[in-house]
Write a protein that binds this ligand. Structure first.
Ligand code: FUB
Length: 326
């Protein structure tokens, strides 16, 4: 398969959340930057401190970098590490959801608002009450109800919340193990104004199609690690995610945005670099996978966004289209 070229080589970009707003494609990625911090399982090397928004009239470009849309220095609660963001539109406004460590080192999710899809975004002074961990992904259903998915294990700290309270020491116990259900990503309904949770946070269950039970923690090729994404196709809800240490993008299908979702298959084989993180979007009647790899830098923490076309078969299964756009 031809390797697609990076969306941009002006900046290092990762974790791309793509949306169509006002007929144009917008991409909300992490903005990777140089650091001397060595790679570790805590993800300290992902030391980002601002966000840029990109737009393009078509997947082949040209790509516009709209500049800094939000910076850590302007968010009162943030200590460090602006990780993978997402955006949503509702009520004529645009919302940027982003995870970051607070001043105590605990990952939380914040929200910032703008009148324009490209920002700049004005952050709320506090993180979303009841939020924790990383990788927020928003989804606004056809009835107008919005949802926020989030969570990530290891450096994303999801395992530290197993009791419902943050336990720093639980970092070492990592994830669940053996035949225990894998740790679930989380979802909450968003309030009408998009700034807070309007429901309890609940588990997103990912079921094994052969048993109907939750995927086991030891099943590293299929269990959730991070990078939640939700899209709708033909009335079904597709929940996709990264399997982390097995470096796959995988997906599951359900009948409700709250799940449960039944595991289907891989979407993408491992890319260059440790992390894999994506979004799926429909644009002008075609479907695209936005993802990243490290082909520009050869370094795990300096990634670049790429785009591939997806198709669905008659059963609604996702396939990468061949050949890919150059
Ligand atoms: O970009 C920092 C972290 O790396 C993200 O939050 C994860 O999903 C992984 O891509």
């Amino acid at each position: 398969m031809t390797d697609p070229k990076p969306m941009t080589s002006e900046l290092f970009t990762a974790d791309p959340s793509a949306h169509v707003f006002n007929g144009k494609l917008y991409v909300y990625p992490s903005h990777d930057r140089e650091t001397d911090i060595q790679d570790n399982d805590n993800g300290d090397q992902y030391d980002m401190n601002d966000y840029h928004v990109f737009s393009m009239p078509s997947v082949s470009g040209p790509v516009t970098d709209h500049g800094v849309a939000l910076t850590a220095a302007d968010i009162p609660w943030v200590g460090k590490q602006l990780w993978a963001p997402d955006a949503a539109s509702k009520n004529g406004k645009y919302y940027l959801y982003f995870p970051a460590r607070d001043k105590e080192g605990v990952f939380r999710v914040g929200v910032a608002e703008s009148d324009k899809p490209e920002g700049p975004f004005k952050p709320d002074p506090e993180p979303i009450k009841g939020s924790y961990s990383i990788d927020p992904a928003s989804f606004v259903d056809d009835d107008g109800q919005a949802y926020l998915y989030f969570g990530g294990i290891w450096g994303g700290q999801l395992q530290c919340w197993r009791t419902g309270e943050f336990k720093k020491d639980a970092y070492e116990t990592m994830e669940a193990s053996g035949d225990e259900p894998a740790l679930s990503p989380r979802v909450a309904k968003l309030s009408e104004d998009m700034h807070s949770f309007a429901s309890e946070v609940q588990d997103v269950k990912i079921l094994d199609p052969s048993t109907g039970k939750e995927i086991h923690a030891s099943d590293h090729k299929r269990r959730f690690f991070e990078a939640a994404w939700l899209h709708k196709y033909n009335g079904k809800y597709y929940f996709s995610y990264s399997t982390g240490d097995t470096h796959l993008l995988a997906y599951a299908i359900g009948d409700s945005p709250l799940g449960p979702f039944t595991y289907q298959d891989k979407i993408l084989e491992p890319v260059k670099g440790w992390t894999t993180h994506h979004s799926i979007v429909e644009f002008e009647s075609k479907w695209y996978l936005f993802y990243h790899d490290t082909s520009l830098s050869g370094k795990n923490h300096l990634r670049c966004v790429k785009i591939r076309e997806l198709v669905y078969d008659a059963e609604g299964k996702i396939k990468l289209k061949e050949p890919q756009p150059k």
